[in-house]
Design a protein. Sequence first.
Length: 186
Amino acid sequence: MGNRLSKIYTRTGDDGTTGLGDGRRVGKDDARVEAYGTVDELNSAIGMILSVTELPHAVAAALTEVQHDLFYLGGELCIPGARAITPQQVARLEETLDGFNDALPPLKEFILPGGGPAAAACHLARTIARRAERRAWSLARREAVSADLTNYLNRLSDLLFVIARVLARHERGTEVLWRHDRGQSR
């Protein structure tokens, strides 16, 4: 096992820099730090979903697996040149997504984020996943980033959308549909 933190604060970041996994120091607003920081935020948001009691077992298992993957993904972003996310992990997400989606009715309307506490938290996680993907692409415009990593984040946001649909039906029996025929607000 790697180093354990015995002291949480180090004061080394007081100058606006942070250490990467390879030992280099960069600004706390560096594109790489933004990318793995957003992945950390995403992992925390998924933790919020998992804190809801009585989630369907398959949902909890899938999201727990994703949390572990996100630790690897964050590590890959933290250590320039590292590779941790594999095509098999992307394929697993696709299989999981297809499994959940096959049980849902086809979408004919847009849905609104919501549908119950877990579904709403899942929609929030979905939007954070999209931001994490954008941050990874911002980094990829400057430095090498694995296509498996960006593909994983792309599929993950899709999976979170489908799981939000599953959770809305689990919590409330239905989804909240966008009423496009309401007319303009006055």
